[in-house]
Structure formats: structure tokens, C-alpha cells
Design a protein. Structure first.
Length: 248
């Protein structure tokens, strides 16, 4: 199964709101905190641009306003086109002024996540990571530790999104692992250009297990200070960057 992937940054989002539906404009009007408004607009913009590219639709504001991203009862995003459920499944994430949308066909499920590579305390790792994950982190070098902890945490988040539970469940019910790529991630730490995603050093395999109930196969990548992860059921190849998405 193919995973489509699109990233956008705050500078990509138009200043006007013509691309939002009337219902979305009402939701936005109720948001008073500037950062929350900016994050919400960035997420909706990224999702709509990803949907139009994936479905090969026009990116005209009128077409974008006909697309609505609505939260399901679980909080997971769902796509509606002209008030009809679209035949796709998506996942959204945003961090540090960047947002990502991953898309798969409606028969599949997908979860994606962005995380900032940064130090994570021993207390955080003890509270939120499984014994197996703590062992992996403890065995890593000091140089690898921040990247590894961030990738594993991001992988857990992606799986919880695919499960449509989010952080409402104990993060220790899911356990993530990777096999290689850490040294490349550290070398790429000074690179921040998101346009190289998918053509840089590529994606590396990610494995996530939810208790004894579900196994997820996925992918991870680090460029600059951002870690990116995605998991899907059924398993898919490395995320493919959507093309045809220039700034309007």
C-alpha cells in the first residue's frame, strides 16, 4: 500500500481564509490564542493541499473550500469532499512551524508524527517508554541518545494515531524499535530543507507493537532537527512525497 506524504510550513499558508469552508471559518473565529490559530490553519492547509494533490484536483481556493477536515468521535481527522466522505484515510501532525499529512486508501489506516529532536530526561523515558525501549536507549551512545529517543517516541505517537487512541492510553502499551540509520540521522542534523524529503538518505524501517494485539510496520526519517515517522496497516513502502504542490 502506498503512503502519500506532504509537508508544509507556515510560510506556505495564505494570509486570507478563502480556502476554508464556511464551517471551518466559524471554528477558526472561535480560536483566540494566536499560536493555536496558526497551528490549526497550518494543519488544515497541509491536509487540503495533500488531498488535492493525491486526488489530482485543482488547488484553487474554491476547490480547497469544498474540502473539510472533520474530527471523528475519536478525534482522528476525516476528509469530506462536497459534504461526502472521501475515499481516503489521513493522519496529521505539526511541530515547530511544520505540518505533515500522510494519506492512504480508505481500506487502510495510517498514523504519522513529527517531533523535534531534543534531549529527553531520564524521568520522561522512565515514565513513558517500555522496558525494551529503555534498554535500547541505555545501550545507545551519548551522540545517538537524543535521536533514538525522539524517533522511538515519534513512532509510538504514529501508532497511537493509527489506533485512533492518541495519548488517551498508556504509551507503554506500544513499543517501537529501529534497526539502522541513526548515524546518517546525526550526520543530517544540520540540514533543514524539507524539500529533500524522500530524496535524501531515504526512509528507514520502523517497527511498533501494540501489546500483543497489533504489529505496525512503518518508516522513520530525520532531516535537520525534525524526526518524521509513519506507520500503516496494511504495511506500505516508504512514504512518497506528493508532487504538484507549489505555493499559490
Amino acid at each position: 500500500m502506498e503512503i502519500s506524504w506532504l509537508e508544509q510550513v507556515n510560510a506556505d499558508v495564505p494570509l486570507d481564509d478563502e480556502w476554508l469552508s464556511s464551517g471551518e471559518q466559524l471554528i477558526l473565529a472561535g480560536m483566540k490564542v494566536p499560536k493555536r490559530r496558526a497551528d490549526w490553519r497550518l494543519g488544515r492547509w497541509t491536509a487540503k493541499r495533500a488531498v488535492t494533490a493525491h486526488l489530482e484536483l485543482s488547488s484553487h481556493p474554491k476547490q480547497l473550500s469544498a474540502i473539510e477536515i472533520r474530527p471523528a468521535a475519536t478525534g482522528a481527522p476525516e476528509v469530506f469532499l462536497d459534504h461526502q466522505s472521501a475515499d481516503i484515510s489521513i493522519s496529521l501532525s505539526h511541530r515547530d512551524g511544520t505540518a505533515v499529512c500522510a494519506i492512504v486508501p480508505s481500506h487502510g489506516v495510517v498514523g504519522c508524527d513529527l517531533e523535534l529532536v531534543e534531549p529527553r530526561s531520564d524521568a520522561f523515558i522512565s515514565d513513558y517508554f517500555t522496558t525494551e525501549e529503555q534498554t535500547l536507549i541505555a545501550q545507545s551512545s551519548q551522540e545517538q541518545r537524543d535521536h533514538l529517543a525522539t524517533i522511538l517516541w515519534s513512532g509510538k505517537e504514529s501508532a497511537l494515531k493509527a489506533l485512533r487512541t492518541g495519548l488517551r492510553v498508556d504509551t507503554r502499551t506500544v513499543s517501537a524499535s529501529i534497526s539502522d540509520g541513526l548515524d546518517y540521522a546525526i550526520q543530517d542534523e544540520d540540514r533543514a530543507d524539507a524539500s529533500v524529503i524522500g530524496v535524501s538518505r531515504g526512509w528507514y524501517p520502523l517497527h511498533v507493537r501494540y501489546e500483543e494485539r497489533q504489529a505496525f510496520e512503518g518508516w522513520w526519517q530525520c532531516i535537520g532537527k525534525l524526526a518524521r515517522t509513519a506507520v500503516s496497516v496494511p504495511a506500505g513502502g516508504p512514504p512518497i512525497r506528493l508532487s504538484g504542490c507549489p505555493r499559490l
